[in-house]
Design a protein around this ligand. Structure first.
Ligand code: UDP
Ligand code: MG
Length: 153
C-alpha cells in the first residue's frame, strides 16, 4: 500500500542525546510498528539548523533555538508508515511539554519548551522538505520489513 510509505523526519535534539534518551525514543517508534529508513548522528552545521527552522526566523526564540540545536550532536532519523507524520506528532506530544500528556515523549521526559528533546515534522510536505535537507537520497535505505504483514492487514 502506497499510504504505508509515508515518511516523517524525527530528530532527537542535543538535550535528548545528552540525557541518554535515544534508545527509549527509538524503541517507541520501533515498537509502534514504524519502519526506520535512515539515521544519522551528527553535530549539525549552523547553516543546516537555520534552514531547518527558517519558518521561525522572525520569532524571538529563533537565535536561541539555533544555538540550542547546535549545542551538541543530534540524531536525525526518517521513519516510515501509515500516517506516520500525524501519529509521530501524537507520540511526541505538544510543543510545550507542560501541555503534553503522560505517555507522550515530551510528556514523559521533559519540562520546558526550550528543552523539549525531540523534533517531528508537522505535515507531509514539511517532512519531504526536511528529509531532503538532512539526507542525501542514497542515505535512505530501501528494504523489506519482515513484520509488514503482521503490522498491516
Ligand atoms: N520553541 C521555543 N519557544 C517557543 C516555541 C518554540 O523555544 O515559545 C522551540 C521548541 O524547541 C520547538 C521549536 O522551537 O520544538 C520549534 O517550534 P515549533 O512551533 O515548530 O514546535 P514543534 O513543531 O517542535 O512542536
Ligand atoms: Mg515545528
Amino acid at each position: 500500500m502506497p499510504g504505508n510509505q509515508e515518511r516523517t523526519f524525527i530528530a532527537i535534539k542535543p538535550d535528548g542525546v545528552q540525557r541518554g534518551l535515544m534508545g527509549e525514543i527509538i524503541k517507541r517508534f520501533e515498537q509502534k510498528g514504524f519502519k526506520l529508513v535512515a539515521m544519522k548522528f551528527q553535530q549539525a552545521p549552523e547553516e543546516l539548523l537555520k534552514q531547518h527552522y527558517i519558518d521561525l526566523k522572525d520569532r524571538p526564540f529563533y537565535s536561541g533555538l539555533v544555538k540550542y540545536m547546535g549545542s551538541g550532536p543530534v540524531l536525525a532519523m526518517v521513519w516510515e508508515g501509515l500516517n506516520v507524520v500525524k501519529t509521530g506528532r501524537v507520540m511526541l506530544g505538544e510543543t510545550n511539554p507542560a501541555d503534553s500528556k503522560p505517555g507522550t515523549i515530551r510528556g514523559d521526559f521533559c519540562i520546558q519548551v526550550g528543552r523539549n528533546i525531540i523534533h517531528g515534522s508537522d505535515a507531509v510536505a514539511s517532512a519531504e522538505k526536511e528529509i531532503e535537507l538532512w539526507f542525501k537520497p542514497e542515505e535512505l535505505v530501501a528494504y523489506k520489513s519482515c513484520a509488514e504483514s503482521w503490522i498491516y492487514e
